[in-house]
Design a protein around this ligand. Structure first.
Ligand SMILES: [Zn+2]
Length: 441
């Protein structure tokens, strides 16, 4: 069992033509179902002048309208509590998983019993992809409860026959205790929390060589595919680190890295993935960065048709070195469309700052980007705040960091050094942008 490379080879190695035929078949059924049973989708399709039967190929999806988070929020306010895009009847509902609410009122998403089953199976497949096997001990430090990934990985671990420590994203000292005894072989959490755990492990004088941890998969935020971050996590915990992706509206753990580490593989038998140009709204070419737009092919309770995720990525449909045919986003999630910082005419994302900051061993893993308004000149100021481990290194680090940022971001933000442990450590998702700019009216 441990040497089997693929959990579901019929699906994972499926010829692309066959895979796309399966997607088209499922898409047609999903569109018909939404049009027939959802006033929300019926109105949207009618307004755009499209009908489910217009779909002849996957490329025809370009004519269908996007669904945005703001739209779902309005829909749920007008038709509380779940909106008219909730297609399955109440007797089929199994779980409620709202979005985290970091960008406004949470959006409620439902999983039906069939959705739970599908999510458990595809998550088991993605976990197998990065190396989890029956008998592994999994320390699940993803947040449990309302957040999606804690539950999905828990259910999947059961499918795979693993022993789970359902600790959730809390109790850092206890996390360290468990890493020693019973000694899990797999760790799941956000990349920020992995770095925090590694930092505490070192402070407690425990060497990564003294714990049996073998692999880790990190999601909830980008970072695991940023080379400097991956290296810090791998060295700090003595593991091989993989990237994981999901989101509340679409579902958890829908893309994971394989041993080839050539991007995150999508579960394309359940999702139709498009990468759309932010301004033209046309499909991006292979390798071009755009917004991920995702359609549920099998979701029963709250299906999303062309959900505009705001997450930036690329898409590569070529067969991977690992043999899998499911498309990959190389480099994982490259940023949030709404996290873009425009400063002195240059556009950049927090992930680029992360790449530079974490390439210096003189700095801690934490950083934040402060946006303020100059009180006299009334212009925007952008300051990257970092922790220097030794105060005497600051004069040397200042020009090095400035040059690194200029090269990566095409602009030089101001730099502020603060003592080690000043910036907040998180057990969940790190908040990298602090916006204190005066609102212009
Ligand atoms: Zn692969």
């Amino acid at each position: 069992m441990k040497t089997i490379k693929y959990l579901d080879p019929d699906i994972e190695l499926m010829d692309r033509k066959q895979l796309e035929a399966l997607q088209l078949h499922r898409l047609k059924a999903q569109l018909r179902r939404c049009y027939r049973t959802s006033e929300f989708y019926k109105a949207k399709f009618n307004e755009a002048g499209v009908k489910p039967d217009d779909i002849r190929s996957l490329a025809d999806m370009i004519h269908f309208p996007f669904v945005t988070k703001a739209e779902l929020r309005d829909e749920q306010l007008a038709f509380p509590p779940f909106g008219r895009h909730t297609v399955a009847p109440p007797e089929k509902w199994a779980e409620l998983h709202p979005s985290s609410g970091t960008t406004g009122a949470p959006v409620n998403n439902l999983w039906s019993y069939r959705d739970v089953k599908n999510i458990s199976l595809w998550t088991a497949r993605t976990m197998w992809t990065f190396g989890v096997r029956p008998g592994d001990i999994i320390q699940n430090a993803f947040s449990y409860g309302l957040w999606v990934a804690g539950m999905s990985t828990h259910y999947a671990a059961r499918e795979l026959g693993c022993f789970v420590i359902p600790i959730g994203a809390a109790m850092t000292e206890r996390q360290i205790d468990y890493l020693v005894n019973p000694g899990p072989t797999v760790l799941l959490c956000t990349p920020s929390y992995a770095l925090h755990i590694a930092e505490r492990l070192k402070q407690r004088g425990i060497s990564p060589d003294d714990i049996p941890l073998r692999i880790g998969c990190f999601g909830g935020e980008g970072g695991a595919e940023v080379p400097a971050t991956r290296e810090k996590i791998e060295q700090g915990l003595g593991i091989e680190a993989f990237d994981y992706y999901g989101l509340a509206e679409i579902g958890p753990t829908v893309a994971s890295e394989c041993p080839a580490k050539a991007g995150i593989h999508w579960v394309e038998d359940h999702l139709l993935i498009e990468v759309i140009h932010q301004e033209t709204k046309k499909p991006c070419d292979q390798g071009e960065i755009g917004v991920l737009v995702i359609t549920h092919l099998t979701k029963e309770a709250t299906p999303m048709i062309r959900y505009w995720t705001n997450d930036l990525a690329t898409l590569d449909k070529r067969k991977c070195k690992c043999g899998r045919t499911h498309a990959r986003s190389v480099g994982g999630i490259l940023g949030r469309a709404d996290d873009m910082i425009i400063y002195k005419g240059a556009k950049f994302y927090p992930v680029q700052v992360e790449k530079v900051v974490r390439s210096f061993c003189e700095l801690s893993d934490e950083f934040c980007i402060e946006l303020t308004t100059d009180p006299e000149l009334h212009v925007d100021r952008c300051t990257v705040v970092v922790e220097c481990l030794k105060e005497q290194d600051i004069p040397r680090m200042n020009p090095l960091l400035k040059n690194g940022l200029k090269e990566e971001c095409q602009v030089t933000p101001e730099i502020k050094f603060v003592p080690f442990n000043t910036l907040e450590r998180t057990t969940f998702k790190a908040k990298r942008i602090v916006d204190k700019r005066q609102k212009r009216t």
